[in-house]
Design a protein around this ligand. Structure first.
Ligand code: CS2
Length: 494
């Protein structure tokens, strides 16, 4: 196996596509926060495509890691050893695969080691886009009020002064310096999977800035662009055995290989006063109807994903395609999409929601992706409101069938206990449930789960019909199992 590095690129063999551009000439024009697998198989791949177009040397990526734990330190070292290169192996639903080396990232900064170096990079005139994948909940907005939370410990520490620790702290301090020096703003491009991601990023950053300096906040609000986008590509985690399999397949010794489906979509608003790479040349759809795509994806793909993950884990599944192979779960998703979601979504013009549904179920069935249900269930508390609340609100308003959503939330309560139908335990990672929320969720009265902060706004606990259905499913799950309760639901709704 060949160790991956700039030097070894020429000898990797014809089966692997490698950067055909001169990486030594590439400067970072994009600074990215959140170097997870999704960024690596999505935005970085598109940018790599742009770098293959002549004249785009100014659009390399400088990755910034904010989190200081052994795993991120090890990752930083791996990137350094590999000249910031990594492989992406793309698997088609028929199992065929192709590996490509991505060269878009040309620099990597571990922020806790040297925050000033990150600020210097952000302030540099070459930096024209700052992009983010900091997760749905990472924007630090209160679920109930929608306001930016100034008292989150890391945010409060950043506001108190000293070297920044959060993306907000870095971005606002960098913009302050750029304004002072007359460098002009960069564009902030959120690539997180949430509705109105640009507007959400604007809200978070402007709110943070306002807590520092109202004049600066007004300047950011007026001068910085925050394009909205819909991003889509399934990127599973890479446990050691998958890493081994990917490297065996490619013949490349890559310490940080990535894996993705062949499907990829990016619909982006063309709102970049500070300039941008030629995204349209590499398949990005530059459009002004992004919200229609966001709604379709969030309320169908992501909503179905989490609806598969929570009951799926409880029934005993751990892998997405295996869960979907369970006919009970397949029918749950199919019914949810057909009856609850699709009739209440206005899709983008010219896009068939029926076809979109078929594609989603086919993508989930791709065995080569081997995606983890626990990855999807991570931070469910932040995801359910984002992906399910609109459908729920509409079902409540138009007298729709509440049974599937009531079953789902009853499962969510059971999920928080961390034990499945077979008595197997699993890790519940819910960073956004407060102490008070945990008390409500564990207090012994199941209805209180609907009063926790993520759900309080929907008023579900006080909706008689919903509360009754929910209570019924909770009781049935406790008395029998999630599997049996799902079977009953399917019979009742046949
Ligand atoms: C998943 C997404 O974690 C989740 O909520 O639904 O990560 C999903 O895989 C991506 O949005 C696909 O684009």
């Amino acid at each position: 196996m060949k160790k991956l590095s700039q030097k070894s690129l020429a000898s990797l063999g014809a089966a692997t596509a490698v950067p055909a551009y001169d990486r030594s000439a590439v400067r970072p024009g994009i600074v990215h926060f959140g170097l997870g697998n999704f960024h690596r198989v999505h935005q970085a791949v598109y940018v790599d495509g742009c770098l293959h177009q002549p004249g785009n040397e100014g659009w390399g990526i400088c990755g910034v890691e904010l989190i200081d734990v052994p795993a991120t330190r090890a990752k930083a070292q791996s990137y350094r050893n590999q000249d910031c290169l990594y492989t992406v192996t793309e698997y088609a639903p028929d199992g065929s695969a192709a590996t490509r080396v991505i060269g878009a990232m040309v620099d990597y900064l571990h922020a806790p080691d040297d925050p000033e170096a990150v600020l210097a990079r952000l302030v540099h005139a070459d930096t024209r886009i700052v992009s983010l994948t900091i997760t749905e909940g990472g924007y630090n907005l209160d679920e109930t009020t929608g306001l930016f939370k100034l008292d989150t410990p890391e945010v409060a520490a950043d506001l108190a002064g000293g070297p920044p620790r959060t993306a907000f702290g870095f971005i606002v301090e960098a913009l302050r310096r750029r304004r002072e020096q007359g460098t002009g703003p960069f564009t902030v491009m959120s690539c997180d999977n949430l509705r109105h991601n640009g507007g959400t990023a604007r809200k978070a950053i402007v709110s943070f800035a306002r807590a520092r300096d109202a004049g600066l906040a007004a300047w950011i609000d007026a001068e910085v662009d925050f394009p909205n986008s819909m991003v889509d590509r399934i990127a599973p985690q890479i446990p050691p055995e998958v890493k081994e399999r990917l490297n065996q397949r490619s013949g490349i010794d890559d310490a940080v290989p990535a894996l993705g489906e062949t499907f990829s979509q990016w619909v982006l608003e063309d709102d970049f006063r500070a300039g941008r790479p030629p995204f349209e040349a590499v398949g990005v759809e530059m459009r002004n109807d992004v919200p229609a795509f966001e709604f379709m994806k969030g309320r169908m793909l992501n909503a179905a994903h989490i609806l598969l993950a929570v009951p799926g884990i409880l029934i005993g599944h751990r892998i997405v395609h295996e869960a979907l192979g369970d006919q009970r779960l397949y029918r749950l998703l199919d019914n949810f999409l057909d009856r609850d979601a699709i009739p209440r979504i206005e899709g983008p013009q010219g896009v068939s929601l029926e076809n979109y549904k078929k594609a989603v179920l086919e993508r989930f069935s791709n065995p080569a992706i081997n995606d983890q249900l626990l990855r999807i269930a991570f931070d469910t508390t932040a995801k359910i409101p984002v992906f399910h609340s609109r459908t729920l609100e509409m079902l409540l308003a138009d007298g729709g069938d509440l049974r599937r959503e009531a079953f789902f939330l009853a499962c969510f309560g059971a999920y928080l206990n961390g034990r499945d139908d077979n008595g197997q335990s699993f890790d519940v990672v819910e960073p956004r449930l407060s102490e008070q929320d945990w008390e409500l969720a564990r207090g012994g009265n199941p209805i209180d789960l609907l009063r926790t902060s993520p759900f309080a706004k929907l008023g579900l606990a006080d909706h008689l019909e919903f509360a009754k259905l929910y209570g019924g499913y909770v009781a049935m799950i406790q008395a029998t199992s999630v599997g049996k309760t799902l079977e009953t639901l399917l019979v009742e709704t046949a």
